[in-house]
Write a protein that binds this ligand. Structure first.
Ligand code: AMP
Length: 607
């Protein structure tokens, strides 16, 4: 749907639509300029990055000293993965302040949700990267205003959080990219913008205690319930957690509204002060309303019942988050879901120029001023493709974004101002078209991710290692695992991993006690990566579940796959299932279910 001029839209007509205000005109024209001159801007950005980091050890080592041209860059600089850069990253983390990858000082590490050897990857970043992130954020509302008029007449209820941070052995902060952004002056001292007024006080966002933060954000959201025009979180899983929180705490919240006082469980003085400015008086009507709505048996449409003027949900529901679309539809009564941007710890990439489109149609337009981008052709059918590594000589032929072919899939490769050169992000993108000269991409998936509930990403090798570790607990019972598969169960809040086990028990032997399987659940969780274990220790991921299926189940799964055309010679049990009929088959053969009885160990200080 193209944006149309409405009576409310008093701004100027731009190529993207009718701008809501003068500031938006400037931003929309900037998008047009960038996307029209896409390749020229990419050449400029690459030259700027190379000129800046010319003296850094990494580019010198690859024969780029004094060179800023694309041709030399492509011929000499290898395509790398995180593992290839590990020695450089470790040196920086350990305190080597020489110009290793960048001529600008590395100011902090951003802890990615991608892991290496079970721990979060550390992405080096520099001071001025914050300006680029801020720039991309500043484009989002002007685009949204094209489609949803009147957003300056109310507020956004956004559930935003920070996490605790650590320091590397060399003393650099290590924290998630959003924690870094919310704690920056860019966010804390942002100028007033009528199109971007949040109900959450900044003090509540900047609290690492997730209960105090969520409680006060929810309370302020309830106070402003009729003013709220959009409800959001970064990812869909986060918004569902907020709904779950409301389910658990509405009585206490209603009590606070009735008395006009903040729960004693919120102790942080800055939050108490900020909430005090919002919760200024007792409001019995609002308390009655919250109790009446939340006390109903059905929570269908709860978002629009509590926040009746909500026009859309602002959450990412692409990629792994697509699994939450049905649940969000249920709670929101089918509100549109806007996926506004595509970004990572390494670099922010781009935005969705049609944010109100259906989630299945979301395409992101990469902004050419954020970094230098290339594409590694990816053939989904070619599972045996030769892996590309830093040792490849010469570097593989990558495609420039301007030359992307519609309909093809590629892996994104980036070169950043902070000094990552030809770095493989691991995201697979499908080219859907162009806006001016800028290619637009559907996010297909992250490579090698089998299971994901929140920001956790578990690959096949990690699941295999976890199953092997847990299966050792069965040995004393003369039992073993014949076959297994898994599923990310998004129907619970929070979602959780389900692992189906078919067992082999010694003839005449008894199946192990339920307590043994519970220990197996926890053992698997202990074996999973740090992002998973952190999610379990917060409220992002629920306890892992083992479902024991009866003997012969996996043979039935195989028969089913073969009946649908799988080759009997090549058949391997899938390690993760998402296809409804197979999940139904597995669930109909379950003989017992067991949940992890405790949280696995997690320490943010372990690097
Ligand atoms: P992180 O490094 O933890 O910041 O995670 C970044 C990754 O999250 C990206 O590389 C993508 O795999 C994923 N991601 C970010 N934005 C989106 C989006 N809009 N849709 C789907 N996946 C996304």
């Amino acid at each position: 749907m193209a944006p149309t001029a409405t009576a409310a839209a008093v701004g100027r007509v731009t190529a993207l639509g009718v701008a809501a205000c003068e500031r938006d005109v400037e931003k929309l024209e900037f998008i047009e300029e960038m996307t029209k001159n896409f390749d020229a801007e990419q050449v400029r950005v690459l030259a700027e990055i190379l000129a800046r980091n010319n003296g850094a050890e990494y580019l010198r080592r690859h024969g780029m000293e004094g060179r800023t041209d694309r041709q030399a860059f492509k011929a000499r600089v290898p395509v790398v993965t995180y593992e290839d850069l590990r020695p450089e990253i470790d040196r920086i983390a350990n305190g080597d302040r020489s110009n290793i990858i960048s001529s600008h000082p590395i100011t902090e590490f951003l802890t990615s949700s991608g892991t290496s050897a079970g721990e979060r990857k550390l992405m080096p970043t520099i001071e001025d990267e914050l300006n680029r992130r801020q720039m991309l954020y500043s484009l989002l509302m002007p685009v949204m205003n094209l489609y949803v008029p009147g957003l300056d007449k109310g507020k956004g209820l956004y559930f935003l959080f920070i996490k605790s941070e650590t320091k590397t052995p060399g003393g650099l902060p290590a924290r998630p990219v959003l924690t870094s952004y919310y704690k920056s002056d860019h966010f804390k001292h942002r100028p007033y913008d009528p199109y971007n007024v949040y109900t959450s006080p900044t003090a509540a966002i900047l609290c690492t205690d997730s209960f105090q933060s969520m409680y006060s954000q929810m309370l302020c959201g309830l106070v402003a319930r009729t003013e709220v025009l959009r409800v959001g979180a970064v990812f869909a899983s986060g918004l569902l957690r907020a709904i779950r929180f409301l389910q658990l705490h509405w009585k206490e919240l209603a009590h606070d509204l009735r008395t006009g006082t903040l729960s004693a469980r919120v102790v942080e003085p800055s939050i108490r002060e900020a909430v005090g400015e919002v919760l200024t008086k007792p409001d019995a009507d609002l308390a009655d309303f919250v109790e009446a709505e939340c006390g109903k048996d059905s929570w269908e449409g709860i978002i629009t019942r509590v926040w009746p003027n909500t026009k859309y949900l602002d959450v990412i529901v692409t990629g792994a988050m697509a699994q939450y679309i049905p649940t969000l539809k249920y709670y929101s009564g089918g509100l549109p879901m806007a996926c506004t941007m595509y970004a990572s710890s390494e670099c922010y990439f781009g935005l969705n120029l049609r944010p109100m489109c259906d989630p299945s149609e979301v395409s992101y337009t990469i902004m050419p001023n954020m970094g230098y981008f290339e594409l590694l052709p990816h053939d989904p059918a070619d599972a045996n493709a030769k892996p590309v590594s830093a040792r490849d000589d010469p570097p593989p032929r990558l495609v420039d974004l301007a030359d992307a072919e519609v309909g093809k899939e590629y892996e994104l490769v980036i070169t950043t101002y902070a000094g990552l050169c030809r770095y493989r992000v691991g995201d697979i993108l499908h080219v859907t078209g162009f806006h001016n000269a800028a290619p637009q991409f559907r996010f297909v998936r992250r490579k090698n991710v089998l299971l994901s509930i929140d920001s956790d990403k578990t690959d096949e090798a990690e699941l295999q290692a976890a199953v092997e570790r847990a299966s050792r607990l069965l040995a004393p019972y003369d039992a073993g695992i014949v076959e297994y598969t898994s599923q990310a169960d998004a129907t619970t809040i929070p979602g959780h991993y389900v692992v189906y086990w078919e067992l082999m028990v010694r003839e005449g032997g008894a199946s192990p006690e339920p307590a043994v399987f519970e220990r197996c659940c926890l053992e698997m969780e202990e074996a999973l990566n740090a992002v998973y274990r952190q999610g379990r220790n917060g409220d992002a991921i629920g306890p892992l579940e083992i479902r024991v299926v009866r003997g012969g189940t996996f043979e039935e799964v195989m028969d089913y796959a073969i009946s649908r055309g799988a080759s009997i010679n090549q058949y391997k049990a899938p390690r993760c299932v998402s296809f409804g009929p197979i999940i139904e088959l597995l669930n109909s053969r379950v003989v017992s279910k067991h949940f992890s009885p405790a949280c696995p160990t997690y320490s943010p200080h372990k690097k």
